[in-house]
Structure formats: C-alpha cells, structure tokens
Design a protein. Structure first.
Length: 85
C-alpha cells in the first residue's frame, strides 16, 4: 500500500506538485498515443505529463501491461531527476 507520506514526497519532485517529463524518469510517454487518436499533432503534444494517483496493480494489469518497476524505484528515479534539473 502506498502511504500519504509517499505521495507527499513524490509531489515534491513534480513541477507545481503535479507535472513531470516522462522521459526524465523512464516512464513511457503518452503523446504518440494522442497522435493516433487525433491523426496528428494537437495542443496536448508536449513533454509534460500529469500525475494523478498511484494504485496497486490488479492481476489483469500485471497480465496485460508492461511492468515498469517498484514504488522504491519510482521514488528514487524522481529524486534523481529532480537533482539533475
């Protein structure tokens, strides 16, 4: 289970407490998917991604999605990226 303290610390490393650049933390980007839905560039095609929440993966998620890593790795990656900027 992810604690409120974990989320609060993670938000410290986000721009304005909610935005991040996916490439900086090794998370797959979403803008290529946006192009597929919009048939080309839109105003939503930019580097920033919005953090909304974390949740525990379901069995279906584990079976169907690319597994990125642990919550410890996620925090370490965001810490590292914030120190580089």
């Amino acid at each position: 289970m992810i604690s409120e303290e974990y989320i609060a610390e993670l938000r410290l490393y986000l721009d304005y407490g909610e935005y991040f650049v996916a490439e900086q933390v090794g998370i797959p980007t979403l803008y290529s998917q946006l192009w597929a839905y919009s048939n080309g560039p839109t105003l939503a095609d930019h580097a920033f991604h919005e953090f909304s929440r974390l949740r525990v993966a379901t069995n279906g998620d584990v079976e169907s999605l690319h597994l990125w890593g642990t919550s410890v790795l996620l925090m370490d990656t965001f810490r590292s990226a914030s120190q580089e900027s």
